[in-house]
Design a protein around this ligand. Structure first.
Ligand SMILES: [Zn+2]
Length: 281
C-alpha cells in the first residue's frame, strides 16, 4: 500500500492485525452506536461488532531522506500485550518495499509504547542490536523522560531495556522537541494525551499534504466520538481535546489522513456533515 504526496512516497509495511471487542479498546464506546455508523463498514467494523486494528510501519521517502515512522512489535520480545514472542517476516516485507534496513536515515517513534518501538532492535542470539544501523533514531525528549521515570507495566520496563537503551548505548538516539522539523517535507505535530509526548507526523510537498495519526486516534470511529478514549490513553481529557482539535484542523481540508492502526485502506479524509465528523476512506 503506497501513497504519493508531491515528491514524497509513503509505503505501509504491515506486521500484523488483531480483532478486538470495541469495549476492550474503547471502554466508553457503545456497540449499538458503532453498528449505526454505516460508514465504518466493511473496512473498519466487522459483522460481529469487533474492530480490526493493523500494526504497521510507514516508510516515508523524501528526495533526501528515508524515514521509518513507528516500528511495530518486533520479533523475539516477551510482552504481556501480545502474549508470546512474535516471529514474523516483517523485515522481508520491509525489504520488498525496495529499501533495506541499512538504507534508512531516520527512525521516528510517535510515542514509546511496545507496538511502536519493537523493530528498533533485533535479537542476534546474544544481544539486541539496532535494526537500522545507519539511522538516527528520534525519540521525543518529553516522551522519553516520562517513560524513563514512570514505567507502569512490565512491558514498559522490558521495552526500555530491549528497544530503547540499545539505541541510546549505540549512540544512535536523538531526543527532539514535539514540533521538530526533520526536513523541508516532514515535521512533527504535537498531539499529547495518548501519552505525554505523543506526536503525529505532517508531510507536505508540492502543495499536497498528509498526516500520520500515530495513536492520537486508534480507529476511525474516534473522529465521530472524540471522547471514546483508548484504554491505554494516559490522559483521557488530554487525548479527547487533541482529537477535537484535529477534527477542527483537518475536516474538509485536502489532507490525506493515514492511520497508524487503521486496517486497509488505512488512509482517507476527515469530513464534516450535519451529524458531526467522520472518516472517508
Ligand atoms: Zn499503538
Amino acid at each position: 500500500m503506497r501513497w504519493q504526496i508531491g515528491d514524497v512516497r509513503i509505503t505501509r509495511i504491515a506486521e500484523g492485525q488483531i480483532d478486538l471487542p470495541s469495549q476492550m479498546l474503547f471502554p466508553a464506546s457503545d456497540a449499538g452506536e458503532l453498528a449505526a455508523m454505516d460508514w465504518l463498514k466493511p473496512h473498519f467494523l466487522n459483522a460481529d461488532g469487533t474492530l480490526t486494528l493493523s500494526i504497521h510501519a510507514l516508510l516515508i521517502e523524501t528526495p533526501a531522506l528515508r524515514i521509518v515512522v513507528d516500528t511495530c512489535m518486533g520479533n523475539d520480545k516477551p510482552r504481556e500485550y501480545s502474549g508470546n514472542l512474535l516471529s514474523t517476516d516483517f523485515l522481508d516485507r520491509f525489504r520488498a518495499s525496495g529499501v533495506s534496513p541499512d538504507m534508512v536515515d531516520v527512525v521516528l517513534c510517535t510515542h514509546l509504547h511496545s507496538d511502536h518501538v519493537g523493530w528498533n532492535t533485533m535479537w542476534t542470539g546474544d544481544r539486541w542490536v539496532p535494526t537500522f544501523p545507519n539511522a538516527r533514531y528520534l525519540f521525543g525528549a518529553k516522551e522519553y523522560a516520562y517513560w524513563k521515570d514512570n514505567p507502569q507495566t512490565d512491558d514498559d520496563r522490558a521495552l526500555f531495556a530491549d528497544s530503547l537503551l540499545p539505541i541510546v548505548e549505540a549512540d544512535l538516539a536523538d531526543f527532539v522537541a514535539c514540533n521538530h522539523c526533520l526536513c523541508p517535507e516532514v515535521s512533527l505535530l504535537p498531539t499529547p494525551g495518548h501519552t505525554p509526548g505523543h506526536v503525529s507526523v505532517m508531510i507536505e510537498s508540492q502543495g499536497q499534504r498528509a498526516m500520520i495519526t500515530g495513536d492520537a486516534t486508534h480507529h476511525p470511529c474516534q473522529w465521530t466520538r472524540t471522547e471514546w478514549a483508548s484504554l491505554v490513553d494516559v490522559d483521557v481529557a488530554g487525548s479527547t481535546a487533541t482529537r477535537k482539535h484535529l477534527c477542527e484542523q483537518f475536516a474538509d481540508e485536502p489532507v490525506l489522513v493515514i492511520g497508524t492502526h487503521y486496517p486497509a485502506p488505512t488512509a482517507g479524509h476527515v469530513v464534516r456533515d450535519a451529524s458531526g465528523f467522520r472518516f472517508v476512506a
